[in-house]
Design a protein. Structure first.
Length: 156
């Protein structure tokens, strides 16, 4: 067998293949990229029966499928764990009874953020999205005019 060179490409692909084929030790199975044949070689055909001699295009398709699956799962997870609070009582109820994040309007005052943190046992502002939803005209804590829509949550 011809000697194949170890490249950064083979290391990157090996890590990505771990997700595709569901093993943590993909580096142990992937040998190297052979420029002459445009294929990747694996050490152990029994451990990775259908992946030997994959072309770069086939690997790109497999990685694109992994990307799409991970993105879909992340979007679903975010959607399931995002709650919306329109007032103070609703905010406190969601913080106490629903894991995940809370979208709510905020006046921008540090005192309100600290009050919500104290009342909920640690829920803090996590981010202000680039694209904000207009959920209400007033702050969820004090009732003053709201300046921003904030995503709130606990730091774990």
């Amino acid at each position: 067998m011809r000697k194949m060179k170890r490249t950064k490409k083979s290391a990157v692909v090996a890590g990505a293949l771990a997700a595709v084929i569901g093993i943590s030790g993909a580096f142990a199975f992937l040998s190297d990229y052979d420029d002459a044949t445009n294929k990747f070689q694996f050490h152990d055909d029994d451990a990775v029966p259908n992946m030997n001699n994959m072309t770069e295009e086939e690997i790109e398709k497999a990685l694109a499928a992994v990307h799409d699956e991970l993105l879909a799962r992340a979007e679903k997870n975010l959607c399931e764990k995002m709650n919306v609070a329109h007032d103070h009582e609703e905010f406190l109820d969601i913080a106490a009874n629903h894991p995940g994040f809370i979208k709510a309007m905020w006046c921008g005052e540090t005192e309100c953020e600290e009050q919500l943190k104290d009342e909920t046992g640690g829920v803090k502002s996590r981010c202000i999205p680039f694209v904000e939803d207009h959920l209400a005209d007033t702050c969820v804590c004090c009732g003053k005019p709201a300046k921003k829509m904030v995503v709130w949550g606990r730091q774990y």
